[in-house]
Design a protein around this ligand. Structure first.
Ligand SMILES: *[C@@H]1O[C@H](CO)[C@@H](O)[C@H](O)[C@H]1NC(C)=O
Ligand SMILES: *[C@@H]1O[C@H](CO)[C@@H](O)[C@H](O)[C@H]1NC(C)=O
Ligand SMILES: *[C@@H]1O[C@H](CO)[C@@H](O)[C@H](O)[C@H]1NC(C)=O
Ligand SMILES: *[C@@H]1O[C@H](CO)[C@@H](O)[C@H](O)[C@H]1NC(C)=O
Ligand SMILES: *[C@@H]1O[C@H](CO)[C@@H](O)[C@H](O)[C@H]1NC(C)=O
Ligand SMILES: *[C@@H]1O[C@H](CO)[C@@H](O)[C@H](O)[C@H]1NC(C)=O
Ligand SMILES: *[C@@H]1O[C@H](CO)[C@@H](O)[C@H](O)[C@H]1NC(C)=O
Length: 473
């Protein structure tokens, strides 16, 4: 009974959503840094903003109503206290509040009361404005992140309006009399404006791609696999993180296993990358037929001690020089299975199972098959981050050569295996020299990663980093 229940649950969990192969975690440190940058940015924007003209009618009881227009309204001063922002579990999102905001505005006014037109300038100051906003994060059916405003509250402590020009004594009186109402109107216009900005952000998110062509061979799918997860100290986004061959997009015969990225509150963000992502890329390239090559003698450097010539094969395949003397050879090399990566604490392993088919090239061009070898190797590597670059090193752990089939009779493969091991011990230092130079970490237009660390764990790689917004002019 129990096994049936477990199988049932497993099937359910397989059909109701897949495991994310990439996890992006925003820690509180990152949220606070983002807020700090955002607040400075808003302050800069406010300093240069000119508000659109505001027109309306103001009822003055039994006297009818006064039509008014405010034009050229600019912000002359803004005390924008550092807002507070926190992860908000109740709404799977963020709660942001700013309190004690003060703004001074100046502009021109015009009034129409029947045939009487009047105009002048005004100074307006808003004191002790408090705004609290709750934003909820979600996912849409296409796997895009969505944001929506689920709560907004605004309070305005006091408004002070000074009228200059025109029949200012009259206007000032009206304004003073209706101050409470004006304050209320300003207060009730704050949240709709905020909600409009959030709706605009949502529009941008909906226009984002969740799939990227990496090159002509593979594409990377990065939609959300489910709802964002918010707890008191972090936001976790689970992404599919699967590569597909563009020409033959099929699912690999293996799936993403669940993994938990350890909490790293000392860093702004963490990214967990499952070995599945790398292996899906490998599968994509494999199904696109990238892992195969034809090698002929013109590709072998002149100084090489061995050439693809049957007469020189005596030490490896003793019967070959006698059966096919003096012929050039070609090799067809391909991955027999999908090359698979596995991550274990501190190390990355790559299991390569290759096949080499050897042919003799007859004088008339016919390729005569000679033999087929299986060459299986296990590579192990280390990866780390230093000087802002991703670096690595690699070693050949094991290499075995076995004869899979032969048209020239059986022979021992020890000599070939020995030759390949020699070749790799000659090649490895050069490869490691290249890997040691490393590749730069991805750098965005407006931000770069700093203090980046990388750790290989069982089944995944965890990268934790701080980010730094670049000053642009
Ligand atoms: C979260 O929601 C629960 C129930 O709706 C409520 O009791 C609690 O006060 C809320 N928490 C916060 C921090 O608002
Ligand atoms: C969010 O993602 C889950 C899992 O893919 C899906 O079942 C759900 O429908 C998505 N939500 C929306 C609003 O589409
Ligand atoms: C999304 O992808 C399409 C096609 O690959 C591309 O034309 C478009 O510019 C992309 N949009 C964004 C916002 O990157
Ligand atoms: C070897 O292969 C290359 C590239 O496929 C080709 O250009 C060349 O003609 C070949 N050489 C011989 C001797 O077959
Ligand atoms: C193959 O090697 C033999 C012995 O070194 C040489 O005589 C012959 O010319 C070579 N064949 C070709 C096609 O290079
Ligand atoms: C090419 O030469 C080989 C060996 O001499 C022979 O067996 C084969 O039939 C020839 N092929 C053609 C197309 O002439
Ligand atoms: C190399 O692989 C062979 C065959 O799989 C295995 O018997 C042997 O133990 C391996 N050697 C090492 C050092 O892992």
């Amino acid at each position: 009974m129990l096994p049936a229940v477990i199988v049932g649950l497993m099937l359910l969990s397989l059909t109701s959503g897949e495991n994310p192969a990439v996890q992006v975690i925003l820690n509180n440190k990152g949220l606070q840094y983002g807020k700090h940058v955002g607040a400075g940015w808003i302050q800069d924007i406010l300093a240069s903003v000119t508000l659109p003209d505001i027109s309306g009618k103001h009822s003055i009881g039994i006297f009818g109503s006064v039509g008014y227009t405010l034009t050229g309204v600019t912000i002359t001063q803004c005390d924008f206290p550092e807002p507070s922002v926190e992860f908000y579990q109740n709404a799977t999102g963020f709660k942001t509040s700013v309190s004690g905001l003060s703004v001074a505005l100046t502009g021109g006014w015009m009034t129409r009361y029947g045939l009487i037109h009047d105009k002048g300038t005004f100074n307006l100051a808003l004191f002790n404005v408090d705004v609290t906003s709750v934003v909820e994060l979600g996912n849409d059916t296409n796997g895009r992140l969505s944001v929506s405003s689920v709560g907004c509250d605004a309070q305005v402590g006091d408004v002070d309006i000074q009228i200059q020009g025109g029949q200012r004594w009259f206007i000032q009186k009206v304004v003073d009399h209706y101050k409470g109402q004006i304050t209320g109107e300003i207060r009730s216009s704050i949240c709709p404006h905020l909600e409009e900005s959030i709706a605009m952000l949502e529009q941008h998110l909906q226009a984002m791609n969740v799939s990227f062509d990496v090159n002509q061979v593979v594409t990377l799918d990065l939609p959300l696999t489910g709802l964002p997860v918010v707890d008191a100290s972090s936001l976790n986004l689970g992404l599919k993180g699967e590569f597909y061959s563009i020409k033959t997009p099929t699912e690999p015969p293996f799936g993403a296993k669940p993994f938990t990225v350890p909490k790293q509150p000392g860093y702004m963000l963490s990214v967990g990358l499952s070995e599945f992502t790398l292996n899906s890329a490998s599968y994509g390239y494999y199904s696109a037929g990238v892992f195969q090559a034809l090698i002929n003698d013109s590709m072998i450097p002149r100084f090489s001690p061995l050439h693809l010539n049957t007469s020189l094969m005596g030490p490896y395949v003793p019967q070959l020089p006698k059966m096919f003397p003096g012929l050039l050879m070609s090799l067809q090399v391909y991955a027999r299975e999908v090359p698979l990566f596995s991550f274990l604490p501190g190390a990355v392993y790559l299991d390569l199972q290759g096949t080499v088919k050897a042919f003799a090239i007859q004088p008339n061009g016919t390729q005569t098959p000679l033999f087929k070898l299986n060459v299986d190797s296990l590579l192990s590597g280390k990866v780390w981050i230093a000087d802002g670059k991703l670096k690595g090193s690699m070693a050949l752990n094991n290499l075995t050569v076995t004869l899979a089939s032969s048209e020239v009779g059986t022979f021992k493969t020890d000599a070939i295996q020995h030759f390949l091991l020699m070749g790799s011990s000659f090649l490895m230092p050069k490869v490691n020299q290249m890997l040691g130079k490393g590749v730069s970490l991805p750098r965005m237009k407006h931000a770069e990663l700093v203090n980046t660390v990388l750790e290989v764990d069982k089944g995944f790689i965890a990268v934790s980093s701080d980010a730094q917004v670049l000053k642009t002019d």
